[in-house]
Design a protein around this ligand. Sequence first.
Ligand code: GDP
Ligand code: ZN
Length: 297
Amino acid sequence: MARRRGRVVRFHSNQVTVVDLEDGNRITLKLRGRFKMQGIRPLVGDIIEYTPDGFGSGLVENILHRRNQLTKPSVANVDQVMVVATIKEPETPLGILDRILVLAEKAGIEIVVVFNKVDILETEEEKKKLQEIKSIYARIYPTICTSAKKGTGLKEFKEFLKNKVSVMAGLSGVGKSSLLNAVNPGLKLRTGEVSRTGRGRHTTTYSELLEFDFGGFVADTPGFSSLEIKDISKEELKSYFPEFAEYQKCLFSDCLHLSEPGCAVRYAAEQGLIAPSRYRSYRDILKEIMEGGKERW
Ligand code: GDP
Ligand code: ZN
């Protein structure tokens, strides 16, 4: 039979479940032995070629080139990460938000920033805070305000998800699962179970892609939850703050934007052209990289 193409939505004990790219049907396949021999395993999100056996199953023949790949959870070919943040309950510290954004930039994935729980902002001060923070990020990324509870912004949120492969990110409790359930009731989401042994949360290595009934997929476990800055050199960090690029006319071409003379980025932050909180996050992460003894590059 002719080869077909599918997207892997589940891989468990040698059984590969794919959604056919053309007809959208779900089919469970087996891996050819050579994959095991070569130590190659498909990842959720992979596009594979397969031959149907005519009896509702088939064989994986080939795994196509991965555009990108996330770890913990392992997902390939991710189109975008929806980074969810909140002004309160819980308050997402901007340093944490910026960390997630750096990790997503490093992975080379498109970013959408979602400010959820806008329904609980009562005072003028809280609403002003949202607008101020939103304006920092709206200059860099597509940004939306939502309420999973009241329905605000959900149409827009859904438009972003439609026909794409997304990963959710953000602190626990910001409403990641609520948002997904609100746009697609009945989505079989895995929620962060706290283990009874007191050893913290289980980190799932087997992630699945869930299919939206309006088209598109989302990983059933959030990404970037470890927040660990790994394998980022001090020289490359600045490139993960896209808004710095415009101001990078420093005296030294290898300027790290710390206390070097003639640093245009530091000057831009002092003038408020670059958000001071973003510049602070940059310095904090840079300091961590430099102090972590990670000068291996
Ligand atoms: P997750 O850990 O990011 O997946 O967060 P959940 O979706 O489990 O939500 C955590 C809590 O916040 C739950 O009690 C939700 O009902 C609540 N929640 C989620 N979104 C909203 C929202 O937009 N407004 C309000 N008021 N509560 C929300
Ligand atoms: Zn500089």
